[in-house]
Write a protein that binds this ligand. Sequence first.
Ligand code: UDX
Length: 431
Amino acid sequence: MKVSIVGSGYVGSVTAACFAELGHEVICIDIDEKKVQMINDGFPPIWEEGLGELMKKHAEKNLIATSDYDYAIQNTDVSFICVGTPSNEHGNIDLSIVGAACKSLGMAMAKKNGFHIVVVKSTVVPQTTEEIVLRLLEEHSGKVAGKDFGVAMNPEFLREGKAVYDFMHPDKIVVGSIDERTGALVAELYRDLDCEVTKTTPSTAEMIKYVNNSFLATKISFSNEVGNICKRLGIDTYEVMNAVGADFRISEYFLNSGAGFGGSCFPKDVRALIGKAKEIDYYPSLLESVIEVNELQPLQMLELLEKHAGDVKGKKVAVLGLAFKNETDDIRESRSIPVIRKLLELGADVTAYDPMATDNMKVLIENIRYCDSPAEALKGAIACLIMTEWDQFRELDSEFAGMKNKLVIDGRKMIDPEKLEEDIVYEGLCW
Ligand code: UDX
């Protein structure tokens, strides 16, 4: 099939490259000429495992990029909207970029003869596709949805770092469409993947995405709350959750307690669902608690620090891990951010190390010392706070020797305290 993808960010580039890999003819549309050039040269505009290989393989064959909507719409049958949906200052979803994409798509569709389908892949709150996207497309194209063009919502469930793998090996594909004809055509795009397509309405598809992420976030906050109780009772949470997760109805995944969840999806999506619920006069107390536990969790690291080290004013404290999770340079909503900000407020002299995310954090927080190795960050420190689950932190050993006061507060259960030298004080955040 012939597909155009609006937006060449994280979701758009992965979707474009993977559809090309599935044998479709793909045109990426982006207003950023630099991204257009990169894709046409075979380079991905973002880093994602396996994406570079796919872009190189398909560039200038069945994957091209343009900033010309008219050309892309004339030459494709289906357009995916893969633009960003950031939060506004109230935590609600900001649809201005989606709105701009609809306007450009609608104007291009006005000049096209024949049926065209627009699919929303961007994460949008329930009812957006039918009440906003569909109407904007009708307004700008002068055409009628269901008759002249189809509209669908097809959420993605891609993990950062594993997005290409997740696209090619989905455990669900959800297509919510305004009519059967559109749903069947969109489902056809995924024919070669070994996964059934769940066909539903656009609002249900939108809701599935939010509930999926909110449920995973709830599992984490639930595990963190259990961890906080276990810690005070002297019980190892990980032992508890390992046994609990053996129940197939619960599953073993996303039960790791620690400093909480970050990233571009979980905090934003839970907040957006809360905002939508309130808009329709429902107070979502459980979802509010999921966010509350997540915000308090990193601050508990500082309570443990105070318990052992007292006042940290003028003292050197090392933060290991800046990325929101391992294997990424993404710091969005990273739990290390509130921790560093609080340390600075307390007057600590902060050193930090991360194998990938240092450059990004430098832009956000300037007045700390960024180091090239854990040993350099730890030298002369009175405490070390582990914030990200980087594998290399599991091997830390001799690096602690340079600390002035050997206190390790572990926010991700990276260290086995049994293996540490006797003079090191170890505190797990909630185990
Ligand atoms: C997530 C979803 O997994 C994905 O399906 C969705 O499309 C986008 O959001 P991602 O943000 O890449 O993907 O991160 P993920 O690997 O799911 O981890 C999210 C956060 O939860 C990280 O900060 C991680 O440290 C934390 N986490 C994860 C825990 O604290 N405990 C766990 O058990 C699992």
